[in-house]
Design a protein around this ligand. Structure first.
Ligand SMILES: Cc1cc2nc3c(=O)[nH]c(=O)nc-3n(C[C@H](O)[C@H](O)[C@H](O)COP(=O)(O)OP(=O)(O)OC[C@H]3O[C@@H](n4cnc5c(N)ncnc54)[C@H](O)[C@@H]3O)c2cc1C
Length: 645
């Protein structure tokens, strides 16, 4: 039976030590569960145990030998890892995904053998996923999907199975379903299991060996009845509690005492911005007009999240990832690819991105790029304090954006809004690196002077960036956001007929949205780009017809306006027949940003691009075609002659 040990292990990102000289013997044939507060280093430890992270000191020993002395493929025959929130390629079926677990057993030219087939069938039987074999993974429930991922790790047929938070974002029934499958595998097949789990009570129920981590060191380890004590819970989670025997399992059950605060009604919490309700369309958050307000929304959300903590102790410094919804991610340019004359794709990656995302498809997720000023100063302290590991208090964060804005641009640099064209976790089939990576598609606008493109700061960065260059960006904190994240505007509700329309700056968002749409959606995607050679490949399973409009010498937006009129006749589909004249917006002063949560209507439109064009389309769709404004998102992505900030 394979053995796994950590010996004097030190793990660090940049110069920040996360795990400090830790030694651990994983008991063979048992279920070990690692628990600890957010940021204590438990996922980092698991990554090192699975060979994904190279230690700064010490060793991980697999069968007595340094795991890094063995080739990855050999390790993969002994040890299977299920990372946190893995993403499956769009449209892949359960059987196809599970079959990928066989890769370590296949030679360069070896085909899928009868032995591979048998291993896949065994894994499906053990996890109860045979009935899901032909179903697309992205159509399964959270619990089913997680069982399919476990089956993939099992098909690898390893002695050791490592699972990073396999129950995150599942409801309680599905959490139990997943842990039951894993513990049954351990009992029936003798597989050694190591799990990182955030739920202490479930950990106490399922673990044979429980490891409580605190600040990167083992605080206590042993049988749950030895480890789960009121003293350990207080020390490790900073939480007073009572520990009683679990009446169902007999294992220790932790009852948090909390701070004995008076219960308040949801409306009071909502008024304080702690809960985000379903804001009606004309409330400030939904009407985040313009890019400045868009940035204000980021700050407002960050503040909303911090306020809850601030009430308890506003001055308590904690890692930013524990209380800020929006974090600053330090990344490095990995690749630069010219997609067409007008589009350049930068792929950036880095360990910070492990905290990035909303645990859902990015859709039209926006991020903010922090571009250095001409003189190239580093990020200022306002932004540095938003890094995931930065120790900061909620009080310190209030008003950070206004303070940042007040700094001279020559010192602070520039902030620009871009779309996440694609995000790939480490372990994704198209990500060969050890950290997550994301693609940003830059439109290269401006003029070429003396052989150099002169546009705005973002365009010049996109044009010139080389692999190895740093890029700082602001985006969602995976631990504190979900698919209701304010940086995603594509909210079609139950609509089955959709129009997506935009210029080249909206092409990355439209292409990403198209990849996510299910087969039962029909409609039109209309994308205006400068040249025929700028027509990019798009994939969609939906019935949406994609039309690329090439501008050539025509006026910017004119082809898009005509095409939208062609696609949405008067009266429009899903019409409410308001014939309301939308109030005028001065797109040179304010920025057009009107997004609503679509409801049950069958039609939804998403319109983005140059603000003047979007304004005209808004007038047409709302006044002439009579479409309900709740069913349309109108977004001025940029304004001719106007810089972002
Ligand atoms: C939610 C959202 C998502 C976005 N996603 C993307 C994306 O994925 N890819 C992308 O390329 N852009 C995207 N944009 C648009 C991008 O933010 C703007 O084009 C931005 O102004 C570019 O910054 P810059 O530093 O190059 O130019 P700025 O310094 O802001 O502007 C300099 C000058 O260039 C002009 N200008 C700006 N953009 C263009 C353009 N596209 N064509 C012609 N002239 C222009 C301005 O009017 C100004 O006169 C997005 C915008 C939003 C709000």
């Amino acid at each position: 039976m394979a053995t796994l040990q950590a010996s004097g292990l030190t793990l660090a990102y940049d110069k920040v030590t996360i795990v400090d000289e830790l030694s651990l013997d994983i008991p063979a044939g048992q279920v070990s569960i690692v628990v600890g507060a957010n940021g204590c280093g438990k996922s980092t430890l698991l990554r090192a145990l699975s060979r994904l992270l190279k230690p700064a000191g010490g060793q991980v020993l697999l069968d007595g030998a340094d795991i890094h002395s063995k080739p990855a493929k050999e390790v993969a025959k002994t040890l299977g890892l299920l990372p946190q929130s893995p993403t499956a390629p769009d449209g892949i079926t359960s059987r196809e995904l599970i079959s990928r677990g066989r890769y370590p057993h296949q030679g360069l030219f070896k085909r899928f053998s009868a032995e591979d087939e048998a291993a896949v069938n065994r894994a499906m039987e053990l996890t109860g996923t045979a009935g899901l074999a032909d179903r697309p993974v992205d159509e399964l429930s959270g619990g089913q999907r997680q069982r399919v991922w476990i089956a993939m790790a099992l098909a690898q047929e390893t002695d050791l199975l490592l699972l990073d938070e396999p129950t995150t974002f599942l409801d309680v029934a599905h959490q139990l379903e997943v842990l039951d499958v894993v513990s049954e595998l351990n009992r029936t097949r003798g597989i050694t299991v190591v799990i990182v789990l955030h739920d202490l009570n479930l950990a106490a129920r399922y673990a044979d060996y429980l490891v409580a981590l605190k600040d990167g060191k083992i605080y206590a380890a042993g049988h749950p009845t030895e480890v789960v004590t009121e003293k350990t819970v207080k020390a490790v989670f900073g939480m007073p509690s009572r520990v009683i025997p679990d009446p169902v399992a007999g294992t220790p059950l932790v009852l948090p005492i909390g701070r004995q605060r008076v219960l308040r009604t949801e409306s009071v919490l909502a008024a304080n911005g702690i809960f985000r309700g379903d804001a009606p369309v004309n409330e400030p958050r939904a009407l985040a007009e313009g890019l400045e307000q868009d940035s204000a929304v980021i700050e407002e959300e960050a503040q909303a999240a911090t306020r809850a903590v601030a009430e308890a102790d506003p001055n308590l410094a904690r890692p930013a990832r524990e209380h800020l919804q929006t974090l600053a991610f330090q990344t490095t340019v990995l690749r630069s690819q010219q997609l067409s004359p007008s589009f350049r794709r930068l792929t950036v990656g880095g360990a910070d991105l492990e905290d990035f995302g909303t645990n859902s498809h990015p859709l039209d997720m926006r991020i903010k790029l922090l571009l250095p000023p001409e003189a190239g100063f580093g990020p200022n302290s306002e932004i540095a304090s938003l890094r995931p590991d930065a120790l900061t208090s909620p009080a310190e964060q209030l008003g950070w954006y206004q303070r940042w804005l007040a700094i001279d641009p020559a010192q602070r640099g520039y902030m620009r809004t871009y779309t996440v064209r694609a995000f790939r976790e480490a372990g994704h089939r198209d990500n060969l690196g050890t950290t997550p990576e994301l693609d940003i598609d830059f439109v290269l606008h401006g003029k070429v002077v003396d052989g150099r493109l002169q546009g705005g700061p973002a365009t010049e960065f996109g044009d010139r960036a080389q692999p190895g260059d740093p890029l700082l960006l602001l985006g969602p904190n995976k631990a504190l956001t979900d698919d209701s994240y304010g940086g995603i505007e594509f909210r079609p509700g139950a609509a089955s007929r959709i129009v997506l329309a935009g210029d080249e700056t909206a092409a990355p968002a439209i292409c990403a949205i198209l990849e996510s749409l299910p087969a039962n959606v029909t409609g039109h995607a209309l994308i205006e780009v400068p040249e025929t050679t700028d027509i990019l490949g798009t994939t969609t399973r939906s019935g949406i017809s994609v039309q690329w409009l090439t501008r050539g010498t025509a006026e910017h937006g004119s082809l898009l306006r005509d095409a939208v009129r062609g696609a949405v006749a008067i009266p429009g589909a899903g019409v409410v027949q308001t014939t309301a004249d939308p109030e005028d917006i001065n797109v040179d002063e304010d920025i057009l940003w009107e997004t609503g949560q679509a409801q049950s209507a069958p039609f939804y439109a998403w319109i983005a691009g140059e603000a003047g064009t979007v304004k005209e389309l808004r007038r047409y769709l709302v006044r002439d075609a009579g479409i309900d404004r709740k069913q349309v998102a109108f977004m001025g992505y940029w304004r001719r002659g106007k810089q972002e900030n």
